[in-house]
Design a protein around this ligand. Structure first.
Ligand code: CDP
Length: 229
């Protein structure tokens, strides 16, 4: 049966499993998965590589002048989403602590957001997409049929991020991770441009004590109700 393809917007705090959920959902539904955070991380890497951020301060004029030259795109390789910055696969590089340390400053800058949001909206034009981030239900896809706001206990998020980094061979200090998550959550929620908010029509999913499979089943039930209507 050819079911209606909807748009699923997933927002929430750092390291609460949004991307894992979005990826699992897209796989089960045969939808496109887009990790919008990876795009902001790639933009942050661009700024680092081109000395466009010094001591946490953006070189705004230089960024404006170079923004057209910053090219970010996704490719699916061996069923995994890879992100490219000006032709180079930066999927691993964007997960480095140096990028995590500045990404929320870069993501708060309006011209960068405008460029990336335009690209995100284009990718979602035809529906059948699961995108996760901070402003997906509020700005990128305000008409998404399903909006989720994911939360988890802060210490559980720290634990998950540490394990994720360890699996990538990056050993991090627990206090450093805790600090980075708290700082990004603060910056992301209080910035002027498209702050992280829980929109009124979002369903809240606290996955602190849910497994990957349990959270997936919870959302699939909501999707089944929506596409049946
Ligand atoms: O994976 P994690 O939860 O640590 O973060 P991410 O999804 O990779 O996003 C990295 C950063 O990009 C966030 O802390 C935000 O500053 C920014 N971001 C944003 O501003 N808007 C989005 N739609 C997605 C991410």
């Amino acid at each position: 049966m050819n079911q209606r393809k909807i748009t699923i917007a997933i927002d929430g705090f750092s390291a609460c499993g949004k991307s894992t959920l979005a990826k699992d959902l897209a796989k089960r539904l045969n939808y496109v998965f887009i990790d919008s955070g990876a795009m902001y991380r790639a933009a942050a890497l661009y700024c680092l590589n081109h000395q466009l951020i010094q001591n946490g301060v953006l070189e705004k004029e230089a960024i404006n002048a170079q923004l057209k030259q910053m090219a970010i795109h996704f490719e699916v390789i061996d069923q995994e989403l890879h992100i490219f910055l000006n032709g180079s696969d930066v999927s691993d590089a964007i997960r480095q602590p140096e990028v995590a340390g500045i990404v929320s400053i870069v993501a708060a800058y309006k011209p960068i957001r405008e460029k990336l949001v335009e690209a995100q909206q284009k990718m979602g034009e035809k529906g059948g997409i699961v995108m996760d981030g901070r402003d997906i239900g509020s700005v990128v896809f305000p008409n998404a049929e399903l909006k989720l706001f994911v939360t988890a206990d802060p210490e559980i998020r720290v634990q998950r991020r540490l394990a994720e980094m360890k699996a990538k061979g990056i050993l991090m200090n627990r206090d450093e991770v805790r600090e980075n998550l708290a700082e990004r959550d603060h910056l992301d929620s209080t910035r002027e441009e498209s702050p992280l908010i829980q929109v009124a029509d979002a369903l809240v999913l606290d996955n602190s004590h849910l497994s990957k499979e349990e959270q997936l089943e919870w959302v699939l039930q909501k999707v089944a109700l929506l596409v049946a209507n």
